[in-house]
Design a protein around this ligand. Structure first.
Ligand code: AKG
Length: 266
């Protein structure tokens, strides 16, 4: 369970990290091995997407291996996205009667060549959804530190709306347009280190990014983007998951590709 302070921190800041790891060392190791199988193309199924987010191939000198819906490729990840202790925590942060998986996403920054994930907000990249209140559970599969590219968040930014042109400066600070911010907004950056098996949560509108991994250590993580049961489809948008959406414009998103992982019991 999250404490009332942690729940309050999530709503105030747009993110919160747990202090203790959720996954055991053995559970993390199983996911790492499953990840390797998927990358080698030896898993039972295929993910929706596997690419170098930075462009180029997986062996270039700037790499973030991005995998979308690894849960469809390997049972270890299918179990991960629906593990009861994880989804109970998400349900504490995301008021709803029903939680579904929107999609998952591996971001793996390999040793020395792992590159940056630029500053962004998730929801504007999901123009097929409404409203913007999804919650991401991000689990570290290595000790993720400032040195190897931990997540950085701007506290409170989930309350500032969709920011046009949010970008990344050379020193890896967020580049933004002050005219789009509310008068009381203060842009500062929190660096959130997470131990192997540990977890952080962020709101779909929170500004976030992660720096490169120049270290000899791996930096692997799985983000699961969960959506509350009232999330509806906006057919005018496009997204890598669009081909899997079978409902009509304005309908609640449901179906095999978006499994229910939690339901409120009386
Ligand atoms: O793992 C990362 O560095 C980025 C993850 C991310 O952008 C997300 O979980 O929304």
């Amino acid at each position: 369970m999250l404490t009332p302070e942690q729940v309050r921190a999530y709503h105030d800041q747009g993110f919160v990290a747990m202090t203790e790891p959720l996954l055991t060392g053995a559970e993390v190791e199983r996911l790492r091995q499953a990840l390797d199988e998927v990358i080698r193309g030896e898993s039972p199924g295929r993910p929706v997407l596997l690419r170098n987010l930075a462009g180029g191939d997986l062996h270039s000198d700037a790499v973030v291996i991005q995998i979308v819906n690894i849960w469809q490729a390997h049972a270890a990840f299918a179990e991960h996205v629906s593990r009861p202790d994880l989804v109970e925590l998400v349900a504490q942060l995301c008021p709803t009667d029903t939680l579904r998986v929107w999609h998952d996403q591996i971001q793996y920054k390999p040793p020395t060549v792992g590159t940056a994930t630029r500053w962004h907000q998730d929801f504007p990249a999901w123009p097929v959804l409404t409203p913007p209140d999804q919650c991401t559970a991000w689990v570290a599969l290595d000790d993720v530190t400032v040195a190897n590219g931990c997540l950085r968040f701007v506290p409170g930014s989930h309350r500032w709306g969709a920011h046009q042109g949010l970008g990344t400066n050379d020193d890896f600070s967020p580049r933004y347009d002050p005219a789009q911010l509310p008068p009381d907004a203060r842009v500062r950056v929190s660096l959130v280190e997470v131990p192997r098996g540990g977890i952080s949560f962020h709101h779909a509108m929170t500004w976030h990014g992660s720096a490169p991994n120049p270290t000899p250590a791996h930096r692997r993580a799985i983000a699961v983007h969960y959506m509350p049961g009232h999330t509806r489809y906006v057919a005018a948008g496009r997204h890598v998951m669009s081909p899997y959406i079978t409902v009509g414009n304005g309908d609640v998103i449901a179906g095999d590709a978006f499994p229910v992982v939690w339901q409120r019991t009386a």
